[in-house]
Write a protein of this length. Structure first.
Length: 256
């Protein structure tokens, strides 16, 4: 079994916990994704202790997505039809939530059957202490090992080397004010096996425990703004009992 390509790409940008995400601080906010190739996408989000609610509009239809990390379920709710669909949480869901691994000492292979992780102690990467992990398929699999260095303080990857020689390096540039909050600015350099490289930036809010701004090549910008901290009502993260569940037929596209 080869290490999944999409898994490698996700780890390149943000290493996340897939079983349970606990918010450092509960809050509500607006989020916007801007891209030179399409119109802006906006949503209102509510972040609880272990769940996230997103309210947005798609093709004129108001939808609600509830990502429950503790239950491991994503619910897509259509209030107008009083119905909902569900699917299991994926690593991409956690990545979009901007959540990083809470402990660099926890095995990165947790939740990925067929992968074996080995810790190689700590090293200094870009002036910060990091835990070095190698990730490889099981005995019967094929393909090379993926190596990642997780920041001892933040749990995010500071360096990564893929089996084909592609690399990622992350370094802290300093702090800046973003959305009226202090955030760490990180530079991420990704270099492909052929030597082509690209640079992106992330602003990490330690108080919220998440990335509140991200800039990628090509004009892509994801930002969180109008942030209001405070405990969120538990009812926001549950589907109303009166709503009916619509089964997702096999072969349908996964819920977004």
């Amino acid at each position: 079994m080869r290490i999944p390509f999409n898994f490698c790409l996700l780890v390149l940008m943000t290493f996340v916990m897939t079983q349970a995400v606990l918010a450092a601080t509960e809050y509500s906010a607006m989020t916007r994704i801007s891209n030179a190739q399409q119109d802006d996408i906006t949503a209102r989000i509510f972040v609880g202790e272990s769940a996230i609610r997103s309210e947005y509009e798609l093709n004129g239809t108001k939808l609600v997505q509830i990502t429950d990390f503790k239950a491991g379920v994503v619910s897509l709710v259509n209030p107008a039809l009083r119905s909902y669909k569900q699917r299991p949480i994926t690593m991409a869901d956690a990545a979009m939530a901007g959540k990083h691994l809470q402990s660099p000492d926890a095995s990165p292979c947790a939740g990925w059957p067929g992968l074996v992780c080995t810790s190689h102690g700590t090293e200094q990467i870009n002036g910060r202490m990091a835990v070095k992990w190698s990730m490889a398929p099981g005995e019967s699999g094929q393909g090379g090992a993926l190596t990642v260095w997780l920041d001892r303080q933040r749990g995010m990857p500071l360096k990564q080397v893929l089996p084909d020689g592609a690399t990622m390096s992350r370094r802290l540039l300093g702090t800046e004010t973003v959305s009226q909050r202090q955030a760490e600015k990180w530079e991420i350099t990704v270099t492909a096996a052929n030597g082509a490289s690209s640079v992106s930036y992330q602003w990490y809010d330690d108080g919220l425990g998440t990335t509140i701004r991200e800039e990628q090549p090509g004009g892509y910008v994801r930002e969180v703004y109008e942030i209001r901290t405070g405990q969120q009502p538990a009812s926001l993260f549950t589907v109303p009992d009166a709503y009916s569940k619509v089964e997702v037929e096999q072969g349908q596209l996964p819920l977004r």
